[in-house]
Design a protein around this ligand. Structure first.
Ligand SMILES: NC(=O)c1ccc[n+]([C@@H]2O[C@H](COP(=O)([O-])OP(=O)(O)OC[C@H]3O[C@@H](n4cnc5c(N)ncnc54)[C@H](OP(=O)(O)O)[C@@H]3O)[C@@H](O)[C@H]2O)c1
Length: 252
């Protein structure tokens, strides 16, 4: 119960890594607001699962790339839980397109959700944390792609490199307010975002050959690191860091 009494918002908490993070935070005692964009049924089932753990939970709809949506769903999360101590910026999208073929609209969509979304939600939540005068922890879900290039992922990797620098900037400016900001950078984690790719032998074997531990991760592998970084006791000296959860993919 490392997070007893804490109140958390997880963006994109309806499915995949975000869902595992929402459940992981609740397992450690936190009340959790689950943000989603389209998957209402999945968000509501996460809320029910958190409720069965004896924790409070609300589902809050909205797209992280829209300021109007963000202001509304952050207010709903804040009011629904009576405050916010933890934010996990997890919502993200991925498209694999050769650099020569990326359309301007696709570039903007990836940057808007993955990078601007972290800024919009991070700013809205941090303002409330500062106003409340309570300590806070923010974890941005980045990617191993923040550090290494991947084929057909120019927009995605650029967005995640931006998240890594945004994490440092937020850490620097929010430290005087007792708010820590870190990033978790997952490697290959099997979720809806890549299930079809992983099912292809050439993709799977190609990626595994570059992962020293030879493992494809599960969402819970990422949730464990996020729970640690969200804990003001265990991670009290950590801010501005990127923690790679990637089986060693980025060390060579
Ligand atoms: N899986 C991997 O291998 C991997 C590796 C490195 C980094 N990551 C990062 O981890 C995060 C989660 O990825 P995942 O693999 O769990 O993907 P996923 O299974 O596709 O889940 C994505 C989640 O984000 C939500 N979402 C997408 N766009 C949104 C928006 N504009 N506003 C609010 N919510 C939005 C989705 O909600 P709806 O269904 O309601 O739209 C869903 O809950 C992403 O930031 C991704 O870049 C994943």
């Amino acid at each position: 119960m490392r997070l007893e009494g804490k109140r958390a918002l997880v963006t994109g908490g309806s499915r995949g890594i975000g869902r595992a993070i929402a459940l992981g935070l609740a397992r450690e005692g936190a009340d959790v607001a689950v943000n989603y964009r389209r998957s209402r049924g999945d968000a509501e089932s996460a809320v029910r699962e958190i409720g069965r753990m004896g924790r409070r939970s609300v589902a809050v709809q909205g797209s992280t790339d829209s300021r109007a949506d963000v202001e509304r769903f952050v207010a709903e999360a804040h009011d629904g839980l009576g405050g916010l101590d933890i934010l996990v910026n997890n919502a993200g999208i991925l498209k694999r397109t050769p650099f020569l073929e990326i359309a301007e609209e696709e570039w903007d969509a990836i940057l808007d959700v993955n990078l601007k979304g972290c800024f919009l939600v991070g700013q809205a939540v941090a303002r409330r944390m500062v106003a409340a005068g309570t300590p806070g922890a923010i974890v941005n879900v980045s990617s191993a792609g923040q550090a290494v290039a991947g084929p057909n992922l120019a927009h995605y990797c650029v967005s995640k490199a931006g998240v890594a620098m945004l994490t440092k900037e937020m850490a620097l400016e929010l430290a005087p307010h007792n708010i820590r900001v870190n990033a978790v950078a997952p490697g290959l984690i099997e979720t809806d975002i890549n299930r079809a790719d992983i099912a292809q032998d050439a993709f799977r074997e190609g990626r595994l050959a570059r992962i020293p531990l030879g493992l494809i991760g599960a969402p819970d592998d990422v949730a464990g690191a996020v729970v640690f970084l969200a804990s003001n006791d265990e991670a009290r000296l950590m801010t501005g860091a990127s923690v790679f959860v990637d089986g060693g993919q980025t060390i060579w």
